[in-house]
Design a protein around this ligand. Structure first.
Ligand code: PGA
Length: 245
């Protein structure tokens, strides 16, 4: 794993946007796996700025989002569909038909998941997958005690995740208890992966991810088995990792 420690959130967002831009420069029709959450918001803002200044072109880019809450309509302000359109897609020159998001209100979960995997395969596979990380080590919504070979599937969210993400809902009852997510198998097939983390809250899990044992109890630790992962962390998120060096 390559670990890049940056000063603060601003630099993290800048560095992540730079890696995305470099990937598009190498291959105009790159396929990206994209993440939601508060962590990548700054990266999206930076990419919007670069696109508006004509420094990056998304016209050939293809995207697949990592996950979606199960049971939230597309228009729900907390759906990841809503997040992606409002915070990123509507501001850049990406083609609508090149954007892929999971449908959280599908009537046929199995079909939705199989079709999603097929679409990823048909697009040639993910060139660069962007990940955040949950306090409990989840990537996408692959919660602790994952199985390693999973494809896109429906998951029950852990209490810790429900608690953490309920901050975006008016109360914890409103927060969905299930989600559809790319599996660990899907993520591990991406050719390159970047994982972003900032703030003290992530310091413990970042240390476990980078130099802890590879364990299904910390899903992100499995990334140690991938041959092209870059972890970008700010000094706060790196604090427990650095103190061991
Ligand atoms: P966050 O969420 O970016 O809002 O911290 C990350 C995650 O839960 O994957």
């Amino acid at each position: 794993m390559k670990v890049v420690i940056v000063k603060d959130y601003h630099e993290l967002s800048f560095k992540a946007a730079q890696l995305i831009t470099e990937q598009i420069t190498k291959k105009r029709n790159s396929v990206f796996g994209l993440a939601t959450g508060s962590t990548p918001e700054g990266m999206y803002k930076e990419l919007i700025r670069l696109n508006q200044e004509a420094k990056v072109d998304f016209s050939q880019v293809i995207t697949f989002n990592l996950d979606e809450y199960y049971g939230l309509s597309l228009e729900h302000p907390q759906s990841y569909y809503f997040f992606m359109w409002n915070k990123f897609f509507k501001h850049i020159n990406i083609k609508k038909e090149n954007i892929h998001l999971l449908n959280g209100i599908t009537e046929n979960i199995d079909k939705e998941c199989v079709q999603y995997e097929d679409l990823i395969k048909k697009s040639g596979g993910i060139d660069l997958q962007v990940l955040g990380i949950g306090d409990n080590g989840h990537i996408g919504f692959n919660e602790p005690d994952i199985s390693l070979n999973t494809q896109t599937h429906l998951v029950n969210l852990r209490a810790k995740t429900i608690q953490a993400n309920s901050r975006f809902f008016s109360n914890v009852q409103e927060m969905p208890k299930q989600a559809i997510t790319m599996g660990i198998g899907t993520i591990m097939r991406a050719k390159n992966i970047i994982l972003l983390a900032n703030g003290k809250r992530k310091a413990r899990v970042i240390k476990k991810t980078i130099d802890g044992p590879i364990t299904t109890k910390v899903p992100a630790s499995v990334l140690q088995l991938h041959n092209d992962v870059t972890i970008i962390v700010d000094q706060e998120a790196a604090s427990q990792f650095i103190s061991q060096q």
